[in-house]
Ligand binder design. Structure first.
Ligand SMILES: O=C(O)c1cc(=O)[nH]c(=O)n1[C@@H]1O[C@H](COP(=O)(O)O)[C@@H](O)[C@H]1O
Length: 468
């Protein structure tokens, strides 16, 4: 139905059929008994064109329902003259669950003079079961929905024209019967079962808005390196960090730095240090994650990210930020910085911290998800304590993000400054996080390479068990 806008003749034919077969015989007579003008409102966006065609041909005034409330001026939801009583007929191209019509009707009847009793749709997918005698579907708000064509009639026409065989017709009819919902029941999409990191990378690649998302690279590396481990290299000496990177490099997919805890070196400039770390990253195939936890206004964040003594954007593949300064400013600051250096960069949003007295909670997790959904072209995942719940209606979107969890150790429950630890099995197996971040559990060990190998194996086997 969307492509009808490109075929003016068809657009006018479809609108005319709506008028001749439904509006005129089934609605107008009844409405004309009421006082008030008859007006039309198309459900945005695709049905706006049908409503406009009908309005011009049959001289119906129109109302326009905004998809989002205007953020400036009057903040109106309905545009058009609203000064006298009117009967509004809602026009829609296709009806599935009835949610779009219901949403528009709610906005319309919120206006003092507008009443809505009927909706006209071109195509009824028959996903709603209805016993109403005088219309095809009676919505729970009392609006009668009349359709020009339903899917049963449509497949019968295709059969008549020999486009499909009777076996296809039967199976479609059977499907419709078995999948209709009664109004009032919630339409829930089937939950996507567990997916591998590789499958998630493939799915992300198929989404146009995710094509440039760093999460694809990370998932692919996790799959090929069979690792979901990141080591937090919180050592204070540059040479020691480079040595640690060599030791744990073969086991990790991300090496986490806190560049501002390193003592300035007498032998290496910042640039030389970054170059050396980058060479080790390329040799062992891992990404560098600068755990900078940006939190300022967008423009300052950008300055802190690009340039300055650390020039983070140049060498760190990923960074992270808090959302205290706003839901867009800091993310946009980092995104602009990444664009400036012209390299693919990732961003993790801090949803929940690992400390016992953290102020992050369910609300900050929810905000982080909202921001990630809004900036999905750039945000790759979260710093969190487990997989996050997605908004209602988009439950399956969980697969798009990498859930990264610090506060992981096998032997300790915490430290004396509020850090709390869980095991890789708990974080990946129970909390369904994707990547474990381990600091002291590895770099404080005598044999760091061996410790990293142990954590990698534990994290990976918890992931494999999760897939079973
Ligand atoms: O953003 C982080 O990585 C982070 C978030 C959080 O909630 N808790 C947390 O511990 N971290 C970091 O994860 C690492 C944990 O180190 P260990 O406690 O030594 O394993 C440190 O580098 C912290 O900065």
């Amino acid at each position: 139905m969307r492509s009808v806008v490109s075929h003016p003749k068809l657009l006018s034919q479809i609108s005319e059929i709506m008028y001749e077969s439904i509006i005129k015989p089934k609605i107008l007579d009844r409405l004309n008994e009421n006082s008030g003008r008859n007006v039309l409102c198309g459900v945005p966006y695709s049905a706006l064109t049908f409503a406009t065609a009908l309005s011009i041909k049959h001289e119906f005034p129109m109302l326009i329902a905004r998809k989002e409330q205007k953020q400036y001026g009057t903040g109106k939801l309905i545009e058009g003259l609203l000064e006298e009583p009117m009967n509004c007929i809602v026009i829609e191209d296709v009806i599935t669950s009835g949610a779009s019509i219901t949403e528009v009707v709610a906005k319309l009847v919120n206006e003092k003079f507008v009443s809505v009793k009927d909706a006209v749709v071109f195509f009824n997918r028959q996903q709603i079961h209805s016993d109403s005698p005088d219309c095809d579907i009676l919505l729970s708000n009392g609006v009668r929905v009349h359709s020009v064509l339903n899917i049963t009639q449509f497949v019968e026409i295709l059969h008549e024209k020999r486009c499909i065989g009777s076996d296809v017709v039967d199976s479609i009819k059977q499907y419709i019967e078995g999948n209709q919902i009664k109004l009032g029941q919630t339409v829930s999409k089937p939950n996507i079962k567990e997916l591998s990191y590789g499958q998630r990378a493939e799915l992300l690649k198929s989404l146009p808005s995710a094509k440039e998302n760093f999460a694809i690279d990370l998932f692919e590396l996790m799959e090929s390196k069979q690792s979901n481990l990141s080591v937090a290299c919180d050592v204070e000496d540059q040479d020691e960090l480079l040595e640690l990177a060599e030791q744990v490099g073969p086991e990790v997919v991300m090496l986490k730095t806190h560049i501002d805890i390193l003592r300035p070196s007498k032998t290496l400039t910042m640039q030389q240090f970054a170059d050396k770390l980058t060479q080790i990253a390329e040799k062992h195939k891992f990404f560098i994650f600068e755990d900078r936890k940006f939190a300022d206004i967008g423009s300052v964040t950008k300055q802190q990210y690009v340039g300055g003594p650390f020039d983070i954007a140049k060498w760190a593949h990923v960074t992270n930020c808090h959302l205290v300064s706003g839901t867009s400013s800091v993310v946009k600051g980092i995104q602009e910085g990444a664009q400036q250096v012209g390299k693919r960069r990732g961003l993790l949003l801090i949803a929940k911290m690992s400390t016992s007295d953290t102020l992050t909670n369910e609300d900050t997790e929810k905000v982080a998800v909202e921001v990630a959904q809004k900036h999905f072209d750039f945000v790759s995942g979260f710093i969190c304590q487990g997989r996050l719940e997605m908004p209602k209606g988009n439950e399956n979107d969980w697969f798009k993000y990498v859930y990264c969890t610090p506060g992981v150790q096998l032997d300790q429950k915490g430290d004396n400054l509020g850090q709390q630890y869980n095991t890789p099995q708990h974080i990946v197996g129970v909390k369904k996080s994707d990547l474990i971040i381990v600091g002291r559990g590895i770099y404080k060990q005598q044999n760091r390479a061996e410790a990293a190998c142990l954590y990698r194996k534990q994290g990976w086997s918890a992931y494999l068990e999760r897939l079973e």
